[in-house]
Design a protein around this ligand. Structure first.
Ligand code: PLP
Length: 379
């Protein structure tokens, strides 16, 4: 099988040592932060070391400002629900994932910045939408539908100049696009581990800049201030409720070290190269439409496409069943993004490249799409 669904999760994890660490921590890990004994301290130290590695990756000033979550969805919910109230206003873009759209929709009044048919937004539209009660600006770093990279640095500077917290959804960029929270003026950074950071599932995180106060949406045992009936108000304990997934978080250090060694620049370069190659092939193919911002160059390793007006889920099924290629059809939890691309009726097939894909995978997918486009009998 050829795996081209890295935007959903990275199937291959790179490390020879990884299984040993994971196995050891699964069968032999005490509860982190729940005691001063040797085993609990060892688990806490392991988790802290992963937080240090991730802080290096994103230039987070202190690992204390980083909380682990089970995935990006939890991190986004902690940030959005923790900052907004009914009388707040928020600004988001049309390219957001449901993990942003749904918590925003239930929290407050909000403005959606329209994207063009390549997934690009305009900074001036954000500027014009700022109100007195705007309490948060949220933007995905890269679209999970068509791979368009958003102008994060400009949005960060704009948000900072208005004193509005800026939340970046880095689910599709962490590990493959360099992120420096200081330089990009990011106040809150939500990310998945299991995608571009190549960690086991069950790892995500939220960076919260010092000085930003979140209301805790989940309260409970943190191992600290046990005599108090209220949640500790300091990071990371304010968000570290209940037992953490120590095996996955501790082993995540191996993959973050791998990313640091390869560098997000180089990983992203490779993924972009493969995606561009596919895009070029599809552009020249009759009856195939490819979407995204390749011509402008602000694009990651994801390509969305359709063959004729075929149902994208069915096309993806054919790619799986007949050609043994894993892609994802449908709406990718981001319906408004499909409205921007003009694919709201049939969705799109998404091929998302990862570090372990090769030009031969691009060639095989290109041939398969060509074959499908020439054989209407599939539909
Ligand atoms: C842009 C974006 N945001 C958020 C998420 C949610 O990530 P997770 O599955 O880690 O919760 C995804 C997942 O596909 C995504 O692509």
């Amino acid at each position: 099988m050829i795996y081209l669904d890295n935007a959903a999760t990275t199937l291959k994890k790179p490390l020879s040592l990884y299984p040993a660490v994971l196995k050891n921590t699964i069968i032999n890990s005490a509860n982190a932060g729940r005691g001063g004994h040797f085993y609990s301290m060892r688990a806490s130290e392991g988790i802290y070391e992963t937080a240090e590695a991730i802080s290096t990756l994103f230039n987070i000033p202190s690992p204390e400002q980083l909380a682990f979550t089970p995935n990006a969805t939890y991190a986004l919910n902690y940030a959005i629900l923790g900052l907004l109230s009914r009388d707040s206003h928020a600004i988001i873009t049309q390219m957001e994932h449901n993990s942003v759209l749904r918590p925003i929709h239930k929290s407050c009044d909000y403005t959606v910045i329209k994207a063009d048919r390549h997934g690009n937004i305009r900074l001036t539209d954000i500027k014009k939408s700022i109100r007195k009660n705007t309490k948060l600006i949220v933007c995905t770093h890269a679209s999970n539908v068509c791979g368009t990279i958003m102008p994060i640095e400009q949005i960060g500077k704009l948000s900072r100049s208005h004193g509005i917290p800026f939340l970046v959804d880095a689910a599709q960029s962490a590990g493959s696009i360099p992120i420096d929270v200081e330089k990009l003026c990011i106040d809150l950074l939500a990310f998945s581990g299991h995608k571009g950071l190549m960690t086991p599932m069950g790892v995500g995180g939220l960076y919260v800049r010092e000085g930003i106060k979140l209301n805790p949406i989940i309260t409970g045992g943190t191992g600290s201030l046990s005599q108090s009936l209220t949640q500790p108000d300091f990071m990371p304990d304010i968000l570290h409720n209940g037992t953490l997934n120590a095996p996955a978080i501790i082993s995540a250090k191996k993959s973050v070290d791998f990313i640091l060694k390869q560098t997000p620049q180089e990983i992203g370069k490779k993924e972009h190269f493969l995606a561009s190659r596919l895009f070029e092939n599809l552009k020249n193919m009759d009856n195939v439409t490819a979407y995204g911002s390749f011509e402008k160059g602000n694009h990651n390793g994801t390509v969305a496409f359709n063959v004729y007006d075929y149902d994208s889920v069915h096309t993806s099924e054919i790619l799986n069943d007949k050609f043994k290629i894993c892609t994802r059809g449908g709406w990718h939890c981001a319906y408004p993004a499909h409205q921007a691309l003009g694919t709201e009726k049939k969705g799109a097939v998404r091929a998302s490249f990862g570090f372990f894909n090769s030009v031969s995978d691009v060639a095989k997918l290109t041939d398969a799409i060509y074959f499908i486009s020439k054989n209407k009998s599939f539909f």
